[in-house]
Design a protein around this ligand. Structure first.
Ligand SMILES: Nc1ncnc2c1ncn2[C@@H]1O[C@H](COP(=O)(O)OP(=O)(O)OP(=O)(O)O)[C@@H](O)[C@H]1O
Ligand SMILES: [Mg+2]
Length: 221
């Protein structure tokens, strides 16, 4: 039968980890078979190139590694994780919940190409991962739209004010703002579901957002 693949997407610190965990627990409590996956798969050596890139070993600026090269780093981590740890679950579960997915490449790496090249990049990215590497296509992508100004504050709290813990994406506000624009472009083009997670400078409560995710998935009863 196969799983329904739900992607929880969003910029750094937008609440993906928090919300995918709540969704996972809710579905388990309701008796569904569920697998939760997270990208990059930091616990696996397959994420080494991503770690080098995010850690600044290949350059301090995201632009030091071009869109296609960086996308390939994330893509090989993903396909290895699929083959090694969730291919069987994908066949057998009711739901797979992904905290980030191919869609993160579209948000972050598309930011590095010229605006006129965006559609070509999206086409390349989707063809590479879904058609060539054969990782499954998502059934639904929920984009948690938390303004970077708000999520930076949430993340500073998480790192207890230690800015040095941020990776090369997280500490580059201009890059994150450009990523938000990429995300809004992609969301319209690819029919992602937009979930607004803040009003002005104030994040919505975790419970309000998780309730809205259940609404979107028609699981609120
Ligand atoms: N709606 C919210 N209101 C207040 N705090 C929140 C909210 N959502 C998440 N947080 C807190 O903000 C921080 C970032 O959330 P979380 O780790 O879930 O984000 P993330 O999208 O997974 O981040 P990353 O991209 O870095 O993995 C955490 O400390 C979390 O507890
Ligand atoms: Mg997270």
């Amino acid at each position: 039968m196969g799983s329904k693949l739900i992607v929880i997407e969003g910029l750094d610190g937008s609440g993906k980890g928090t919300q995918s965990e709540i969704l996972y627990t809710t579905l388990i409590e309701r008796g569904y078979k569920v697998k939760k996956i997270t990208f990059p798969d930091y616990d696996s050596p397959t994420s080494s190139l991503v770690k080098m890139y995010l850690g600044g070993e290949l350059g301090d600026s995201p632009d030091d590694v071009n869109a296609y090269a960086a996308s390939a780093f994330y893509a090989v981590d993903r396909v290895a994780s699929f083959i090694k740890s969730w291919k069987k679950d994908y066949d057998e579960c009711d739901y797979i919940i992904a905290d980030r997915y191919v869609t993160s490449n579209i948000i972050y790496q598309m930011t590095k190409v010229e605006k006129a090249e965006r559609d070509e990049y999206i086409q390349w990215c989707e063809d590479f991962e879904y058609n060539r590497l054969k990782v499954p296509k998502p059934d639904v992508v929920i984009y948690l739209d938390m303004p970077p100004e708000v999520s930076q504050k949430l993340m500073s709290n998480r790192y207890n004010g230690d800015e040095s813990k941020k990776d090369i994406h997280e500490k580059n506000m201009n890059f994150l703002l450009a990523c938000r624009e990429s995300a809004l472009y992609a969301q319209n083009k690819l029919n992602w579901i937009h979930l607004s997670c803040a009003s002005g400078d104030t994040p919505k409560s975790i419970e309000e957002i998780s309730g809205q995710i259940l609404d979107i998935l028609n699981l609120n009863q």
